[in-house]
Design a protein around this ligand. Structure first.
Ligand code: AMP
Length: 452
């Protein structure tokens, strides 16, 4: 479906085409018409499907074609992480480049000057605010935020926000908003708490579900069963076997991120780390360098598993097994985006086998096993039985493993151009666009390569 078939405002269409979008993605086809028609929405859609534009475009169209109060905030998008706020704000800058729409990203960790800029925008009016919950509440509590004419509320990655403990914050923010408004909720999963939130917020919503139980076919997946202490040496080995340009390594804890980062750094790999304790400026710089391919390896917690769009990642490594299939799919979905291919390796220790078996059950297939090179000593063998089926060990693993952009009121520097130079906050966050390097296909099984 072409974008002009939605009847979009002409200036908006210019922004869409300048961003290089030609045809609407399936989620956009399903979500845009009911939003334009004024309906509340509850949608489950995987990131990478174009869901950001799916909610931004109809909201922008409605703002552009209906009367709006320039002294008030007209739309609010609440997201779980600063990185996602920045990314959405960059997309928004591109899409609104030819329009009169103003926007600002409001998120923590940026210091007093940014707070003052945000305060001014929030008090004097800005069309769209993209915010993380804590920072928005800090402003709302001070009483100057003008939301009197707010018409649109978007909750993006709602399940992630609840996982992060933001339920009360979201309810608190909503208590400040006018009751008459259109609500759009996006969530990868629909656990009972999401349903509860939906019941409280949404009115006769249209439900749209783009199933999330499948990883993109293009991802070459491998699982390696290893002892915990073999993980870091093996990762170093994998990384030295081939010239990877872009690798994300996910760890479930900050402690693992820090330890692995220190090991890789010591071994002179081009690496940085991202976790929630790190100063915001360092987080942004690491992500920017990674997006711009100045940095080859990023070691991160799940902060980066949702919503973040980075092109051309060759390899995703799960240093440890993610907590469930959703997180697994989100993590490995960082690679093989759009037309590219990629690999995803998961390192499974003996005690993680049960969890990995559950993930495989949800995926509906077994992830192919990779072999650990002999030089690393004996690795445990896979012996987890699917839960619920009788087995020698009752399905349990055996011990030892038997195995911020400028916008209208924005921060300095953002130019928001949809011409490949858009860089959000004065070059701090921008990803290069346009050309793609020819991709090398990573090998599927690092055991096939001779050790150096
Ligand atoms: P998202 O799922 O919102 O993270 O979007 C994933 C990527 O797809 C982003 O880089 C978007 O800019 C891009 N994108 C969104 N909609 C389209 C479209 N209709 N055609 C091409 N690319 C798109």
């Amino acid at each position: 479906m072409n974008f002009h078939e939605f009847g979009f405002d002409d200036d908006l269409l210019d922004g869409i085409y300048a961003m290089g979008y030609e045809k609407a993605t399936p989620v956009q086809e399903q979500v845009i018409p009911p939003i334009i028609a004024g309906r509340d929405i509850i949608a489950s859609a995987q990131t990478g499907t174009g869901k950001t534009a799916a909610f931004l475009l109809p909201v922008l169209h409605n703002l552009l074609t209906q009367p709006r109060d320039e002294k008030s905030i007209n739309a609010m998008v609440i997201v779980p992480t600063r990185e996602l706020a920045i990314q959405i704000a960059q997309t928004l800058e591109g899409l609104t480049y030819y329009t009169s729409i103003s926007s600002i990203a409001v998120y923590g960790g940026t210091g007093g000057a940014s707070f003052a800029t945000e305060k001014k925008a929030l008090a004097t009016g800005v069309d769209i605010v993209i915010c993380t919950p804590g920072r928005m509440i800090a402003h709302l509590n001070m009483g100057y935020v003008n939301v009197k004419q707010l018409k649109y509320l978007v909750l993006d990655e709602a399940d992630r926000m609840l996982d992060m403990g933001f339920f009360d914050d979201i309810i608190k923010i909503i208590s400040y908003l006018p009751k008459e408004r259109q609500n759009l909720m996006f969530s990868a999963t629909m656990p009972p708490k999401i349903k509860q939130l939906a019941l409280r917020i949404l009115q006769e919503p249209v439900g749209i579900s783009i199933a999330l139980n499948k990883a993109p076919e293009k991802i070459v997946q491998k699982a390696f069963l290893v002892h915990e202490q073999q993980k870091a040496p093996l990762i170093k080995y994998v990384l030295s076997q081939q010239q990877f340009e872009s690798v994300i390594i996910f760890c479930s804890s900050k402690m693992n991120v820090k330890q692995l980062y220190a090991e890789l750094k010591q071994a002179k790999f081009s690496t940085e780390l991202i976790h929630s304790d790190l100063e915001q400026e360092k987080r942004e710089q690491a992500l920017l360098d990674f997006k711009n391919k100045k940095l080859k390896i990023l070691v991160a917690t799940d902060i980066l598993s949702r919503g973040i769009d980075i092109e051309d990642i060759d390899l995703v490594i799960n240093y440890d097994v993610p907590k469930d299939a959703e997180d697994y799919i989100h993590r490995i979905g960082r690679t093989a985006r759009a037309a590219s291919e990629g690999s995803a390796y998961t390192f499974v220790s003996g005690k993680e086998m049960g969890r990995f078996a559950r993930i495989e059950r949800t995926l509906g297939k077994q992830v192919p096993r990779g072999e650990v090179p002999e030089q690393f000593g004996p690795a445990p063998s896979f012996n987890a039985r699917p839960e619920g089926r009788p087995g020698r060990n009752n399905g349990k693993p055996r011990r030892n493993g038997g195995g911020k952009p400028g916008g209208g009121h924005g921060r300095p520097g953002g130019n928001g151009k949809p011409d490949g130079n858009s860089n959000g906050q004065g070059n701090r966050n921008g990803a290069p666009q346009g050309h793609r390097k020819p991709k090398k296909k990573p090998s599927n099984n690092f055991n096939n390569n001779k050790s150096s």
